[in-house]
Ligand binder design. Structure first.
Ligand code: CP
Ligand code: NVA
Length: 300
């Protein structure tokens, strides 16, 4: 593994290795064992979209690994004024040991990787969010023990989260059911792939998707960059909420996950979010451990 651009590029074995290392790093951290495995290394973090979890967990993670992280605001860099990703990649490769980038276009991330000589980590694009799903998989295994015979139900927009969940869940052997409104389906190629694997179902019927689910997952109706569509989306997604009624058809001990930030009363009720805060905030914590594992594998 040279980069983390999208989960399709990783084998099930590579994902398992990252999750195992993440568990180990989490254990070491909890037991006060230092692990300065990236001493003297620097990660550049380019953000052209907002972030709380990704920014803080990468920066703290790098610090805990003995290295440094630089926050680079996309709008204040020359890339924000049109300097090509091809040149940015070659320049940053001279100073840094790795790049994390959060941006709109997946092609920009792929270009940085193609033209640079250092590992590139995708910290979210419109297309996918691989770091989040690695933390999600870590959390599922932590709470449910294994992936065997597990069903994940995703409710809402067929967005970057849905795309990465399809790949991550199926690669780890789980079934995934997606409930989304017509016209808001995940990426067509990924849907085709999911059907070919015999592990994906898609429906507009929320209860059919949630039936017997071990994991209930949702994300915002309007993602970053879609603020202008928020009102239309609110009408289209009105029913697409994880609430107590929907939880009644999932498994009794089902966990609830949300990548956050959450909009209570939209994609998730305040009641369900608070009832499942234990999982949801452990999931947020696991961003730190999973990304540290990714950085160790890519940069050590
Ligand atoms: N889940 C997630 O990526 O959060 P941030 O947008 O706060 O980084
Ligand atoms: N789908 C959301 C995820 C945020 C972590 C967005 O792209 O804004």
């Amino acid at each position: 593994m040279k980069h983390l651009l999208k989960l399709q590029d990783l084998s099930a074995k590579e994902i398992t290795d990252i999750l195992n290392l993440a568990d180990q790093l989490k254990f070491e951290r909890k037991h006060g064992i230092d692990h300065p495995r990236l001493k003297g290394k620097t990660l550049g973090m380019i953000f052209t979209k907002a972030s709380t979890r990704t920014r803080v967990s990468f920066e703290v993670g790098m610090y805990q690994l003995g290295g440094n992280a630089l926050f680079l605001s996309g709008s204040e860099m020359q890339i924000g004024r049109g300097e090509p990703a091809e040149d940015t990649a070659r320049v940053l490769s001279k100073y840094l040991d790795g790049i994390m980038i959060r941006t709109f276009d997946q092609a920009e991330v792929e270009k940085l990787a193609a033209f640079g000589t250092i590992p590139v980590i995708n910290g979210l694009t419109d297309y996918c969010h691989p770091c989040q799903v690695l933390a999600d998989l870590m959390t599922i295994r932590e709470f449910l023990g294994s992936f065997r015979d597990k069903k994940v139900c995703f409710v809402g927009d067929g967005n970057n989260m849905a795309n990465s969940l399809i790949v991550g869940c199926i690669k780890m052997g789980m079934d995934i059911a997606i409930a989304c409104p017509k016209g808001y389906e995940p990426d067509a190629e990924l849907v085709k792939w999911g059907y070919e694997q015999g592990k994906l179902t898609m429906t507009e019927d929320l209860k059919a998707a949630a039936e017997n689910a071990d994991v209930m997952y949702t994300d915002v109706w309007a993602s970053m960059g879609q603020e202008g569509e928020a009102q239309i989306r609110r009408a289209k997604f009105e029913k697409f909420t994880i609430d107590r009624d929907l939880m009644s058809v999932a498994k009794k001990n089902a966990i609830v996950l949300h990548c956050l930030p959450a909009h209570r009363g939209e994609e998730i009720s305040a009641e369900v979010l608070e009832a499942h805060a234990k999982e949801i905030f452990e999931q947020a914590e696991n961003r730190l451990h999973a990304q540290k594992a990714v950085m160790v594998r890519l940069m050590e």
